[in-house]
Write a protein that binds this ligand. Sequence first.
Ligand code: GLN
Length: 466
Amino acid sequence: MSADFTYTKIREKLDKGTSAVDITKEALKNLKEDKCNAFVNIFEESALAQAKKADEMIKTKKQTPLTGIPIAIKDNICYKDHITTSSSLILKDFSSPFSATVVKKMLDLGAVIIGTTNCDEFAMGGSTENSCYGVTTNPHDKTRVSGGSSGGSAAAVASFAVPLSLGSDTGGSVRQPASFCGVVGLKPTYGSVSRNGLMMLSSSLDVIGQFGHTVSDVELFFSAIAQKKSDEMDMTTEKHTYKKGKETKKIGVPKSFIQKAKKETIENFNKIIENFKNDGYEIIDIDLPISSEAVAIYYVIQPAEASSNLARFDGIRYGNKKSGENLLEDYIKTRGSFFGEEIKRRITVGTYVLSSGYYDAYYNKAQLARQALTDELNKIFQEVDVILTPTTLTTAFEIGSKQNPVDMYEEDKFTVIANLSGVPAISVPMGKHQKLPLGVQCIARHNNEDILFNYGKKIEQYGRGK
Ligand code: GLN
């Protein structure tokens, strides 16, 4: 694999006459040589056919910025007549009968969808260890995780197998692996990218996110697939409008909120803040008392929604089935044998917090707290352009080191607030500790991705020591 396999270099080659078919062949070779277990399915035949179409588009001057670019998608985004499994045994060998809106868009723009990437089962987890295909290792150190749940998509870009990839972010699943693997990961505004064809996890939190090597690559990718009008197949989408020109150079830094991060993370983070200060930005110390409880709020709402969404996997409508003596036994055997441990845990918690007698005490209370958290952030955004935090507590952890589920949940401390409130957030590399990447998270108001990209580009320069 070559470190030249980036969006800019590939675009240059295509512009100078290299064919999309040749680029696709190089990408296919990368996928076959993948050492991180980042890929679960390779779409050789359809990728080469799509590359021919891309070459035709280039020849007839109908090309777009994505034409001829090989892109990987997370294994929970449907592509007609291709295997999509959410890395779960319950969907092993499931071939999707339709394509997601984003997939259709990418194909129309001439992008080459090259294969699917590994993830935590049904996107629940923070390490890709909960996958039926085994863990995706970190390209920087194979004893460590790539993060999750979109670990395969992050590792695919970090190892230069593909220049761009798609993930999904419900509580941090794009930003956390981006941080662990040293690439850029965007969780866009809720509703800005259609989720029609994304296997639903938690409907009020899920969003399709983008990975790339640079902020500009991610900006370009996001702009290409964001909804220009609402998608009739996804009622939660809205027309994505940039609101330009409101920057005040004011940055909110929640000092006490981030104090759980490790020393090395804080040191790197402080360097970035220093750089902003030297460039004339105003750093405002902000308090986030409600957001400090975000993990507790998230781990009531997320499992509640997941338990409802996953009810459809019963062996009757989709996927694998184990038969019993009657319908109830069919359900029990199918779900009992094909769902992994973490999925069962979430379904159990989710069903419990929604059950009569506990609904008010847990689910309703969490919804009220979620609204209070959103109000807290909105109030702060009246004063600042962005909120900066580290993306994760520290660098990628060792495979198998988080056996207690609550330890894994705590890893989501800084990321879940953006999902609970629906606002956009980006993770940008900010340097390394002992050769392992660290990321800084930048959070902005609804539909203010342009501000995120501006700040992200600055962070990128500072992170490289400029
Ligand atoms: N780690 C979080 C969870 O397990 C986030 C998952 C995600 O964003 N898909 O729920």
